[in-house]
Design a protein around this ligand. Structure first.
Ligand SMILES: O=C(O)CCC(=O)C(=O)O
Ligand SMILES: [Fe+2]
Length: 384
């Protein structure tokens, strides 16, 4: 696993770092001097070229590097992922064009119109770090929507999870952005294909059959979140407050060259995930941490845009098919290593985390009233 030479520790931060993660609101002491632990100070790079090889030995060599990175860091830079550069360029243009639309066009697509919480979310609408005034970013979210023909969704999805006709994705009119939907789908489908290869590498890294985890991927919850971060002017602003993702994993395409994404190591020092052209930043989410009985780590991260420039990024999130029960993987527990977590349906997990982070969204309020979703009382106070 070749360490990236360009990621560096940027600051030691305050005495404590607070964050928002599966286990509730966390707080970690910043370690200094001889209290410091042996932990990562760079983000490793993994070349995925051999993940596409017909030789199992080649694929296992990539899987080993993925396993090392996910056990020790929870983050890696993926190169050799095969996503065409021209598609990445066109996607970046599409992202910029979306955010350049007049505000009145963007708010027509507001997430409050969508029970699935897809669409446009304005600046400061979320607040992952309660010590700030909110997350200084605007977003456009798209995810699973069986009505979108581009997704070729199975016909027998659970109607409780995907009520027929329910508003999910919301797209800007083609007259305004003729190529937008097409380009975002082309990108999303390429990332979904790469994700399936990454899932195979994860299976091998955990000594599972290479295809063992495919049973979770009949219609995985794959979503893209387009993000624009204006330059921060207020001193304690953040682009996104410190948090862990609730996915299986996230693939972030940093579309602009200036550093802003930071990853928390065991000393509670922030390690910069400096953008590296034509790589994806891959990180383990809380759901995969749980399914591996904490063998893989879901690492806290944040975005701080002090560059004086606008930043654009594009995370892609992967979570298993909503109607599957996710067990602790069989190689991750045994007599000497008891299971720490109950099995949980992907739908329950997704809703619990999504609604906690969007506490005032109409779908979140309705689910709470109906007693349909278990809430983590530690995290709900954070959601706006
Ligand atoms: O913009 C980024 O680089 C990361 C965004 C992120 O952490 C998230 O959307 O969960
Ligand atoms: Fe994240």
């Amino acid at each position: 696993m070749a360490p990236s030479a360009i990621a560096t520790v940027t600051e030691t931060g305050p005495e404590y770092v607070t964050f928002h993660a599966a286990k509730g609101r966390g707080k970690r002491l910043v370690l200094k001097g001889d209290k410091m632990k042996d932990t990562f100070e760079t983000i490793p790079t993994v070349d995925f070229t051999k993940a596409f090889s017909s030789s199992l030995e080649d694929r296992k060599s990539v899987a080993k590097e993925v396993g090392d990175a996910f056990r020790n860091v929870g983050f890696l830079y993926a190169k050799g992922h095969g996503i065409p550069e021209d598609l990445q360029e066109r996607t970046k243009e599409a992202v910029k064009q979306f955010f350049a639309l007049p505000t009145e066009e963007k708010v027509k697509l507001h997430i409050n119109n969508s029970p699935a919480i897809m669409g446009y979310e304005a600046l400061l609408e979320t607040k992952l770090d309660e010590t700030t005034r909110g997350d200084l970013k605007e977003a456009f979210l798209m995810g699973t929507d069986p009505k979108d023909p581009e997704q070729d969704a199975p016909k027998d999805l659970d109607p409780e999870i995907y009520p027929p006709g329910q508003v999910r994705n919301q797209w800007p009119p083609v007259e305004l952005l003729p190529e937008f939907r097409k380009t975002i789908y082309e990108y999303r489908n390429a990332l979904l294909a790469f994700s399936k290869t990454l899932v195979h590498m994860i299976a091998l890294a955990l000594d599972l059959d290479e295809l063992y985890l495919d049973k979770y991927l009949r219609y995985p919850h794959s979503s893209c979140r387009l993000l624009r971060y204006p330059p921060q002017e207020v001193s304690n602003d953040v682009g996104i407050g410190a948090h862990a993702d609730y996915t299986w994993f996230t693939l972030v395409n940093q579309l602009t060259p200036d550093p802003a994404l930071e990853v928390l190591n065991a000393n509670a020092h922030w390690v910069s995930a400096v953008p590296v052209p034509n790589t994806l930043v891959v990180n383990v989410g809380d759901f995969l941490e749980r399914a591996t009985n904490d063998e893989f780590v879901s690492t806290v991260h944040r975005v701080v845009n002090k560059t004086g420039k606008e930043r654009y990024s594009l995370p892609f999130f992967l979570t298993p098919t909503m109607d599957t029960m996710v067990e602790t993987f069989p190689t991750c527990w045994g007599p000497d290593r008891p299971k720490k977590y109950e099995d949980i349906s992907a739908d329950q997990w997704q809703k619990m985390r999504l609604y906690s982070a969007r506490y005032k969204h109409p779908a979140s309020i309705a689910a709470r009233k109906a007693g349909k979703v278990a809430y983590d009382t530690n995290t709900q106070a954070n959601g706006k």
